[in-house]
Write a protein that binds this ligand. Sequence first.
Ligand code: PLP
Length: 400
Amino acid sequence: EVFAAWRPAANTAIGISQAAAADPSPDKVDLSVGAYRTEEGRELILGAVREAQRRLEADPATNHEYLGHGGNPRFCRLAAELALGAGSAALAEGRVASIQGVSGTGSLWVGAAFLSRYYRRSRVALLSAPSWPLHDLMMERAGLELRRYRYYDETTRGLDYEGMLEDLRAAPQGTILVLQGCGHNPTGVDPTPQQWQGILAAAQERQLFVFMDNAYQGFVCDLEEDAAAVRLFVDAGLELLVAQSFSKSMGLYGERVGALHLVAASADVARGAEAALQELIVPMYATPPKYGAAIATTILADPQLRQQWQRELAELPGSMLRRRQQLYDALQEVGVPGSWEHILKQRGMFSYTGLTEAQCGHLMERWHVYLTPDGRISLTGLTGPRCRYVAEAFKDAILA
Ligand code: PLP
């Protein structure tokens, strides 16, 4: 035999969404994919993005030459300022090493590879129970040992804060702690600002190395509030990694725009780490894609365009909250058994419905309602007129 046994592909949200796209049923509702859809069910290209594209097209300096291994330096700086705050002391002191990644996923992967190769204090990665499945996959593939901290409380359908703190305090010194800064995927459950203080204290107590995934900045509340957790850790003087994505905040999903920032203890460490990160990138993909980062740079660097982007982005959290309310109302009207308050309380793009894997299967097969098998739905896949149909489908799946 030439090849070892294949591993079947994981049941990813993108895979399920492709199955939904191939389903010819006029009834279908795709609640699986983590991409924004308007309240009329359409993809969204922001006006600021269109304007940036127009400017790039008209600019004679635009070309298709390679970027360096670390990507577009201007983009990296603007992205770091967006994540850490323009007035960040870490940035002013030159303690931040940034590379442009292949969106959030690619940035996380470079970060995982970096920790696997260079981090000396632990080979254990502590992930929330549950976490985004790609976190599990990446940490494992990077050769790190996976452990869990309690996060989602099945009974309250909120945060198991006490359980989480207990698990962080019981972690071996130096353990890698993977956190999501806002809009937790898949649960939609985020710590409060006060709870973040407790998490920081636990991380300091055990000298945990924080790897912060902040893919939803600007998508949950606003650009400042959604960056508060990241900035809390940075401003407390911790060394940490931050993975950033412009998929959601600029709607640049397929263009793969993101960055990885290592906030280091000194400018010397940051300089060395930047070279090490670039060295890791060389055999992976050599250089990141150019176009999407040029769009993001054009927007971030121009005050007027940046304002337009911020105005457009500010509309999206409210639109997702409206859809939470519409779904909740429909579930009540249809009389779906169980309590559904959590749909209103959870935040960001996702809601963790509490539906079982079998019920999810039923929804997909009988009702053409697509969602990930852990019961996660993306609110952006919902349109007002389809809420009732989805509620009827939930009821049938629960009573089946
Ligand atoms: N991290 C989390 C928690 C996510 O939900 C996502 C996207 O769904 C990402 C990172 C990265 O997305 P992208 O690779 O499109 O930037």
